[in-house]
Design a protein around this ligand. Sequence first.
Ligand SMILES: Cc1cc2nc3c(=O)[nH]c(=O)nc-3n(C[C@H](O)[C@H](O)[C@H](O)COP(=O)(O)OP(=O)(O)OC[C@H]3O[C@@H](n4cnc5c(N)ncnc54)[C@H](O)[C@@H]3O)c2cc1C
Length: 392
Amino acid sequence: MMEKIVILGAGYAGMMTGSRLERFSQEFTLINQNSYHYFTTLLHEVAGGRSIPSNYAVPLTDVLSRPTTHVVIDEVLGIDREGCTVQLKSGRKEWYDFLVITLGSVPEYFGIPGLAENSLVLNSLDSAIRIHDHIVKQMELYMLDGDLRHLRIVVGGGGLTGIELLGELLDLVPKLCVKYGIPEELVDVQTIEAAPEILPQLPDALRRKAVNFLMFKGAKLHMNTKITKVTAETVHLEGDEIIETGTIIWTGGVRANPLLASAGFTIDRRGRAKVNPFLQSVDDARVFLGGDSAWCEGENGRPIPPTAQMASQMGHVIADNLTALANGRQMKPFHARPLGTLASLGREVGVGTVLGVPVQGVIGGMFKESSKLKYLWELGGLRLVEMKGRVI
Ligand SMILES: Cc1cc2nc3c(=O)[nH]c(=O)nc-3n(C[C@H](O)[C@H](O)[C@H](O)COP(=O)(O)OP(=O)(O)OC[C@H]3O[C@@H](n4cnc5c(N)ncnc54)[C@H](O)[C@@H]3O)c2cc1C
């Protein structure tokens, strides 16, 4: 009898696993809380209102459509490794022979008082829409009461997510100012970063370019600055400085889905479950983990960073290894192939490295745009490129 494969989560790792299993005609069940796959790496564009939100998502069944694929829309509440079942919010239990966990991550608040309760985050299509609507609402409130706090936006975190969001907000602000007749110089967009630098993944020269460009566009960047407390209308910094604001967006860190810890996997300090070179849990050979869920050591012995690029590559290997097991063949180890890092700084400009070569400015922006097409092609071929390539 064929073994039953269940995939949890339809993000970069889960979708890539599913799409590749379809190519090998392997039957599987995919469980996800939404009926669509959204492009997490582009959520800052949704928050900045670059295009309509539906352009940044694709129905799961448009990509995974074989008769041997079963899509279940439900929320995973727990994983019972002894009983080989997954508990779902609807009350249903799904049993498995092999489980693929690709449930992504949740925000890491580092125990900063008030941060979780009082900040917006950018980690789903809905959250990106919330950020956009909140900023528009603040502009409207300013028009009613003239309180400048409505025009101050504080982004916590100067990593890839925070900086791409910042770049997009700097494009959004002038448009909203024209719409509401607000002088642009009244709007104050700030990033607070605890580390000495923003974009730690990039070489020094590119980081400096990014800083200069963002400051030229009007952002204030506070490096070496720790947030100590957050309330509904204030951000408290080390050294007793207090920023009064109507908008606080936290992008300062992620940790793996807490379901991994509660299922009793061996986890690292970011909550990711440890895997062997074949991406199987070190605790349970029936469980594979990919993307932000996997604590996977790279060739340098350091954990592979949580990126979409790595998640997709892991999805490939998980599908290949499941197929190898089904056919009595040897599994293959995962080798990360980092292609580079690209950060957009708004619609037209980007900085980053591609295969070790630095790119910046409009060329950097073009590489970032072409990375979208590359992903669509890998996931759904020409059909998905045609469906989404023109609108994102
Ligand atoms: C704004 C932003 C920009 C980024 N930019 C880049 C970039 O340029 N390059 C890059 O490489 N990486 C980037 N990243 C990081 C990248 O998006 C993540 O590393 C990647 O999405 C991880 O893939 P994943 O498959 O592990 O999880 P995800 O893609 O997050 O997918 C997890 C899926 O599981 C579902 N899920 C979660 N919990 C449950 C549950 N309990 N029940 C059912 N379903 C559930 C979610 O809805 C989601 O569909 C960015 C992240 C953000 C937020």
